[in-house]
Design a protein around this ligand. Structure first.
Ligand code: SAH
Length: 347
């Protein structure tokens, strides 16, 4: 109980930490030292802070806790992909994934426990949203994967995608704070250009991101550019319509000049006709964009089936003929349920 009453020290900004020391009659630069231990050096205990006096460490101990994640289980796919089951301080679990390719290693991180959206084809959607992740819980997933990347692939993490569990724009403030730490010199010092936030498309929040002048990239899980089809597979589209999404994306591009990536799965009998691809082409004209056709990862009941190669080829041909860049993405980590849409804590 005692521990629960104490504040998580990592919820404090650097200034707040400096103020804490001043309020204790100490000097403000102690705040900088502790901040560095917490974020740059990843200390999980106050005792690890060796240049801080015992007395000060005890004082910190009496006021604060350091909540941190723990990688409970790590699974490795035969293609090299690693999936971490990450236990949070309150016992809940999320998953994050390390995807190695020839030139990069990418972390796919979660932003919520469960998800508040209801995409019919996604395993995470079947878990109700339990809570948002705190900035440090998002940051720690990245640090854990960076360590694994160094250990198993001899190089630091190069890219981050917010494509794990949850809808990042439904936990925007914490995601932004985590990205601030990831990109800060006193955090991981990564370039925001190597970070992609993927959203199902929350128009109001896309505009807010544009207003906030964020420097990371935006991906939108589109899956259909036809209103009623999109609503049938992503029911929240009834409230966040394609028309609103379009307007928000135009706003995003006008403000950021940053090209949008559309993620799109082609399913048999759902979005596999010429009419569907024509609607996608028209949608791509609203703002500079490219399309990633992603492979469907079955999540069990057989309601959704990946379209055949011929249909995918029809999509690629039509998009290219219209001058739209398209990439066909293979799934990674399928054998350990680490691929897109498969994160659901089977363990
Ligand atoms: N909520 C965010 C991020 C998580 S999902 C978003 O919707 O973008 C990451 C990507 O995986 C999204 O593009 C999503 O549509 C896709 N996805 C979900 N379930 C999938 C599945 N079963 N197979 C392939 N991709 C899936």
């Amino acid at each position: 109980m005692e521990a629960e009453k104490k504040k998580d020290i990592r919820s404090l900004t650097k200034d707040q930490l400096r103020d804490f020391f001043v309020s204790q009659g100490d000097q403000s630069f102690r705040g900088n030292q502790v901040y560095e231990w917490l974020w740059k050096k990843g200390a999980h205990t106050f005792d690890a802070m060796t240049n801080i006096s015992k007395e000060t460490r005890e004082r910190l101990e009496s006021h604060f806790v350091i909540n941190h994640i723990k990688v409970d289980q790590m699974q490795r796919s035969k293609d090299g992909t690693i999936k971490n089951a990450v236990r949070l301080h309150d016992g809940l679990v999320v998953e994050s994934v390390l995807i190695p390719t020839k030139n990069r290693t990418t972390a796919c991180v979660s932003s919520q426990v469960g998800c508040s959206l209801d995409c019919k084809f996604c395993a995470t959607a079947r878990l109700k949203r339990m809570r948002n992740l705190n900035p440090d819980e998002i940051y720690d997933q990245v640090v854990a994967i960076d360590n694994e990347s160094r250990l198993y692939f001899n190089k630091p993490l190069s890219n981050i995608v917010f494509m794990g569990m949850g809808e990042p724009l439904m936990n925007y403030n914490n995601v932004l704070k985590a990205i601030d730490k990831i990109t800060a010199a006193e955090g991981l010092g990564m370039s925001p250009k190597r970070i992609t936030l993927s959203t199902s498309g929350v128009p109001k929040m896309i505009k807010k991101m544009a207003d906030d002048g964020v420097k990371f990239k935006l991906a939108v899980s589109l899956h259909s550019a036809i209103e009623d089809i999109r609503t049938s597979i992503m029911p929240f589209n009834a409230s966040f319509s394609l028309a609103d999404l379009r307007e928000a994306l135009e706003y995003w591009y006008a403000k950021t000049k940053s090209r949008i990536t559309y993620e799109y799965v082609v399913w048999k009998g759902i979005n596999d006709t010429q009419k569907d691809v024509d609607a996608l082409v028209a949608f791509c004209r609203f703002a500079p964009s490219k399309v990633n056709l992603i492979e469907y990862n079955p999540i069990d009941d057989g309601q959704f089936q990946q379209a055949n190669a011929q249909t995918i080829a029809m999509y690629v041909e039509t998009l290219e003929r219209n001058g739209i860049i398209v990439t066909v993405r293979r799934s990674r980590g399928k054998d350990i349920d680490a691929a897109c849409g498969q994160l659901a804590n089977k363990s």
